[in-house]
Write a protein that binds this ligand. Structure first.
Ligand code: CMC
Length: 434
């Protein structure tokens, strides 16, 4: 990556009467940043920013979000335009390479990904080491980490070709691993990928076909799956992506880095939110119980939150939620389950929350997870698979961000500092004197 950050002026910081000049840098769009790289060296202080709410950790040219305006761009292209017109594979190419592919580039990339879908035969034995009731995300963390043991010919991070092959392998094999995690949990035999099917259709078939009966992939459901993958493909420096970058900054191999991203994504405040949103809708159960849950969400003394509402970055409607809402309706229509009681609860909850002063004032809009949970459930996925599907899609973003970091000349090993409030130095007290 060629650094493009520009000088935008200076800022002054006065500490104990002494003033320090700090450069102000800027990108192509978005807020400027104060460059504090020399602050500790010159002034002997750190900055304090738990949760990194005011800290840019890297320069990036992949994804841009304007949370106040509800804008999400992949390489400059608005997410709704990509979801409506592009395929996931086309979007993956865009995220990895920076520009939309030509017809030939897309064909070659698509063909390459289709030819990497199979797993090493011995890899399948890995799944059998897990208990049948293991959460599929636990299986994902373990097996994706294990890829580095099977494909160690592509783990040299300083070799562009090795990096490219590992990227292709992960994008292609992730649906196969995810489908196997599901099949294993329900005790059904693994379904071999079919490379004549596109990415989403192949994945749905690997999840829902059985050796005794093939699965006819509905074009509407395959398109919905593809859109879900597009919407989840990248989201700049979120927790899991930052985890991948931090893990990768030490020079760790790409498979291990992606496994660390999967671990971070699993949390309910991040990728686990669609599962949590659906569990919450099930717990609410009927429209008449919504006020009780809304009251609990507003109660400061109650830890309950409305899952699927609010976002760290979007303080406006999540642009992915708009696309996901339409996709959700298309899937429910296709499957003829429009009267699904859960959807009625979801729609009413959305209406109340959008009008309620508490949610309006705090700008807590429904996020993508609110609708994706309902859609995936209607498609036949159990709730514990939701985050797995998110991981399949986000793998592309993680790899694009990881590659960008490796190619960034200003990249350093990530090493945050701390404000220490523990015990200062004290002498060891022998056991018999305590
Ligand atoms: N329900 C009720 N109150 C909420 C909610 C909610 N879902 N979200 C935030 N608040 C309140 C919170 O209590 C706080 O109130 P106060 O200012 O009175 O203390 C205020 O809104 C700000 O909350 P915050 O936790 O400081 O905001 P944040 O930006 O740190 O948190 C969030 C963002 C996504 C973690 C949070 O909104 C949340 O927990 N939402 C539910 C979980 C969820 O849906 N997560 C999916 C995120 S989207 C998927 C992804 O991109 O990974």
């Amino acid at each position: 990556m060629k650094n493009k950050v520009q000088n935008k002026g200076g800022a002054q910081l006065t500490i104990n009467g002494k003033t320090y000049d700090l450069p102000v840098l800027g990108g192509s769009v978005g807020p400027d940043v104060i460059d504090i790289r020399t602050l500790y060296r010159d002034a002997g202080v750190f900055t304090y920013d738990p949760g990194f709410t005011s800290t840019a950790s890297c320069e990036s040219q992949i994804t841009y979000i304007d949370g106040d305006k509800g804008v999400l761009l992949y390489r400059g292209y608005p997410i709704d335009q990509l979801a409506d017109n592009a395929s996931f594979i086309e979007t993956a190419y865009l995220l990895l390479h920076g520009d939309l592919p030509t017809h030939d580039e897309l064909e070659t990339f698509d063909w390459t990904i289709r030819r990497h879908t199979m797993l090493h035969d011995q890899f399948d034995q890995f799944f059998r080491g897990f208990r049948r009731d293991a959460h599929p995300m636990a299986i994902m963390v373990g097996t994706v980490g294990a890829l580095s043991a099977f494909y160690h010919d592509s783990t040299d991070i300083n070799d562009l070709q090795a990096r490219t092959i590992s990227a292709h392998r992960m994008i292609a094999k992730m649906p196969t691993i995810a489908a196997r995690a599901y099949k294993y949990s329900i005790g059904q035999p693994f379904i071999t990928p079919r490379n004549d099917l596109d990415y989403a259709a192949n994945f749905l078939r690997m999840c829902f076909a059985v050796p005794a009966e093939d699965y006819e992939v509905s074009p509407t459901l395959a398109r919905a799956m593809d859109k879900i993958f597009i919407l989840h493909a990248d989201h700049e420096q979120n927790a899991s992506t930052s985890t991948v970058r931090l893990a990768g900054s030490s020079g760790a191999n790409p498979f291990a880095c992606i496994a660390s991203g999967i671990a971070s994504l699993w949390g309910p405040a991040h990728g686990g939110a669609n599962e949590a949103a659906l569990t919450m809708l099930e717990e609410i159960g009927s429209v008449d119980r919504i006020p009780e849950f809304v009251r609990r969400a507003k109660d400061k003394n109650d830890p309950f939150r409305l899952m699927g509402f609010g976002h760290r970055v979007y303080k406006n409607y999540d642009p992915r939620a708009t696309v996901m809402r339409d996709t959700c309706h298309a899937v429910l229509d296709e499957l003829g389950v429009r009267d699904e009681p859960l959807l009625a609860v979801a729609m009413e909850l959305e209406r109340i929350a959008l009008e309620d002063e508490y949610f309006v004032e705090k700008k807590l809009y429904p996020n993508i997870d609110f609708y994706s949970g309902i859609t995936l459930r209607a498609m036949g996925f159990p709730t514990d698979m939701f985050t797995v599907l998110f991981a399949v899609a986000r793998t592309v973003g993680w790899i694009a961000q990881w590659s960008e970091m490796i190619e960034d000349p200003s990249q350093k090993i990530g090493r945050p500092r701390q404000v220490f409030t523990g015990a200062p130095e004290r002498a060891y007290v022998k056991r018999d004197q305590r």
